[in-house]
Write a protein that binds this ligand. Structure first.
Ligand SMILES: CC(C)(COP(=O)(O)OP(=O)(O)OC[C@H]1O[C@@H](n2cnc3c(N)ncnc32)[C@H](O)[C@@H]1OP(=O)(O)O)[C@@H](O)C(=O)NCCC(=O)NCCS
Length: 490
């Protein structure tokens, strides 16, 4: 950029309330929100003091639609062009030529590893994959039908309890932020542990539901090969997972490894910004990922397809979506406004898997739904195209995974992306700033406490706890007495 162009990298803002003009710098095509705080005006007569007008303008951005919270070198998405690149490498090239672990190295450390670096990384991840025997009790303490995401989310936080030396609350708050060789060693050890144990924890959550004994991570298998082995091994000598399924899962893992500042990654960074240990931050990310608008979408797609049933029911389902009675899960994306580039690779992977597992019975319904939505004006106008979750669930189903395990198959590879962003933030120039957004307070102005006897009933359904219907057991219990008094009167 030339010197005169550089000089023009500013925004001139005129505040029509005061007539004042402000010059706001533009850096990397962004303006600092704090510069708007300098734009102050006197409060209007009668204006709420909670507006804080005289303290400077606030930037309102419900749902972070246009707020950049960090400088990142990890993943680039061009949602209009349908482009996704990890550290500059197109996702299509990586899916074809790389592996999940190699891509993990790339995402976290910024470069493709040499053979030797790759071997060391792989061996560190493997070395840190076994769990302490006590953890078996932790998994067995869940109910027989516990959702595997409840187990996985808790398991990440539980894992942190083993490593006091990795906890900034115990070891000093700058444990991860100094960038010294000692600090980096501690940081990278937790990264190996979290990637290595993510598959082990997920496999344990799987096996506890199947009522099986746990399996120690095996030697000599790929990341996804080891994961499949830990889930499926039943004592057969020399058991090896099917290589086509192992490879398909590896491609899906690579595609799910990162997607810049989605809800779960943002949660990891927000949680990590308090300088909490990485296990707590990853547990928080895992919880965020589970929502049906995010990583729970692959499960929601299959539930939706089951509810539609046959292809002939697709038109009435589409009409229900347009009446806003239903949501077309697996369609639409906050960033992609054309197709999601991952969805093409997922469809190719699905073909490979179906060749050996046979087609899923829901495939025809899925294809009919896809075709109908892509032709429909409602979806065209809103630029809603299939996302990565539309087909991934069909592959997981064909591979025999239970529905509620699908989000786990998203969370495990995403640990890599969360860690890449967490590491980058810990080491960013200027240190870590705690993420503390603002709000626009629209609640009551100052009012004085009223003694209970003097209060009148405030009506309106949102102003009181909701009444609930009690079960028969509760009613029966309440008919009993305590110290000769009916329980209902206590
Ligand atoms: C991903 C998602 C949360 C993005 O949300 P967003 O960026 O806030 O987009 P919006 O909700 O503002 O959507 C814009 C419009 O498209 C509609 N829309 C978005 N996704 C839709 C879907 N899957 N089905 C039906 N309508 C949808 C919205 O109702 C809205 O319509 P309107 O402008 O008439 O009110 C949203 O597309 C969605 O809920 N998709 C289904 C869940 C899913 O597959 N998630 C996985 C993402 S990888």
């Amino acid at each position: 950029m030339g010197a005169s162009q550089e000089k023009n990298q500013t925004l001139t803002v005129r505040d029509n309330r005061t007539g004042k003009v402000y010059t706001i710098p533009i850096d990397d095509n962004s303006v600092p929100a704090t510069a708007f705080k300098a734009i102050k005006a006197p409060r209007l007569p009668g204006e709420r003091e909670e507006n804080e007008t005289e303290k400077g303008l606030r930037i309102a951005d419900r749902g972070f639609l246009n707020t950049a919270v960090i400088k990142s070198k990890i993943t680039h998405i061009d949602g209009d062009a349908g482009v996704l690149r990890y550290r500059g490498y197109p996702i299509e090239q990586l899916a074809l030529k790389s592996s999940h672990l190699e891509t993990a190295y790339l995402l976290i450390y910024g470069v493709l590893p040499t053979k030797q670096q790759h071997n060391v990384f792989q061996s560190e991840v493997h070395r840190h994959s076994a769990m302490h025997a006590d953890s078996e009790e932790f998994f067995r303490s869940f109910r027989y039908d516990a959702h595997p995401m409840a187990m996985l989310t808790s398991a990440f936080a539980y894992l942190g309890s083993y490593y006091a030396e990795a906890n900034p609350s115990l070891e000093g708050q700058n444990l991860y932020t100094t960038g010294t060789p000692e600090s980096l060693t501690i940081m990278d050890k937790q990264i190996y542990r979290l990637i290595g144990k993510a598959t082990t924890l997920a496999a344990m959550a799987y096996r506890v539901r199947q009522g099986r004994e746990f399996v120690t991570p095996p030697h000599g298998l790929s990341y996804t090969g080891s994961f499949l082995y830990q889930m499926d091994h039943l004592g057969q000598e020399d058991y090896r997972p099917n290589p086509v399924l192992e490879k398909a899962l590896d491609v899906l893992f690579l595609l799910h490894a990162d997607h810049e500042l989605n809800a779960s990654c943002t949660t990891v960074l927000q949680t990590g910004s308090s300088l909490v240990d990485p296990y707590s931050a990853i547990a928080a990310g895992c919880a965020s990922l589970y929502g049906p608008l995010h990583g729970g979408a692959n499960e929601a797609v299959i539930r939706m397809l089951i509810s539609i049933g046959k292809p002939e029911n697709v038109p009435s389902f589409i009409e229900a979506v347009k009446r806003r009675e239903k949501v077309l899960s697996g369609f639409g994306h906050r960033v992609y406004k054309t197709s999601d580039p991952r969805s093409f690779i997922v469809r190719k992977t699905a073909d490979e898997v179906f060749k050996i597992t046979g087609k899923d019975e829901l495939l025809e319904t899925a294809m009919a739904l896809h075709e109908a939505a892509m032709k429909d004006e409602y979806f065209i106008k809103r630029k809603l195209a299939p996302n990565v979750d539309f087909c991934s669930g069909l592959i997981y189903r064909a591979m025999g995974f239970p529905l509620d395990f699908f989000p786990v198959l998203f969370a495990v590879p995403r640990v890599v992306g969360w860690l890449a962003h967490w590491r980058q933030m810990m080491l960013q120039e200027g240190g870590v700033k705690i993420w503390r957004p603002r709000q626009i307070f629209v609640g009551a102005a100052k009012r004085d406490y009223v003694p209970i006897e003097e209060r009148s009933v405030v009506t309106g359904i949102k102003n009181a706890p909701s009444p609930i219907a009690h079960s028969g057991i509760m009613k029966r219990t309440m008919l009993g007495t305590f110290k000769d008094k009916p329980l209902t009167k206590l």
